[in-house]
Design a protein. Structure first.
Length: 135
């Protein structure tokens, strides 16, 4: 089970970085927009949290890893589904949103579900470890 969780987390991290680079290139092709700046900043923050989680993954439970995964999921959902509703679209933001729609709403949603599953599995492992230690 450990190898599968670690492999899944590493694959999610790798593909998230690749998609971030694609979105960055799409942003550079479009005229300056406010949504793109905030969206890419949130995604960069997610990458800075996700890379250490994947790199330092060990067999044992880590509360810091679970909290980072929860923060990543919340930031990602905010950036993908809420940020475009609250930013002002007076510039070319809608053009950028249309160009990255599949990445933003479909592919990254699958990543967040995978991270949520990993987080739930980590939490279950933590409960088992606590129940063993209390006996």
């Amino acid at each position: 089970m450990f190898k599968y969780k670690k492999l899944t987390l590493n694959l999610v991290t790798f593909f998230y970085i690749v998609i971030f680079i694609i979105e960055l290139f799409e942003y550079l092709k479009v005229n300056s927009n406010i949504f793109g700046v905030f969206y890419l900043i949130f995604n960069l923050a997610i990458i800075f949290l996700l890379v250490p989680c994947a790199y330092n993954y060990k067999k044992y439970y880590s509360p810091a890893r679970i909290s980072k995964l929860i923060i990543i999921i919340l930031l990602g959902i905010f950036a993908s589904f809420v940020l475009d509703k609250i930013t002002i679209k007076i510039d070319s933001s809608s053009e950028y949103i249309n160009k990255i729609f599949i990445f933003k709403n479909v592919i990254k949603s699958v990543f967040y579900v995978a991270l949520a599953i990993i987080c739930i599995l980590e939490f279950k492992v933590e409960k088992v470890i606590k129940s063993i230690n209390t006996k």
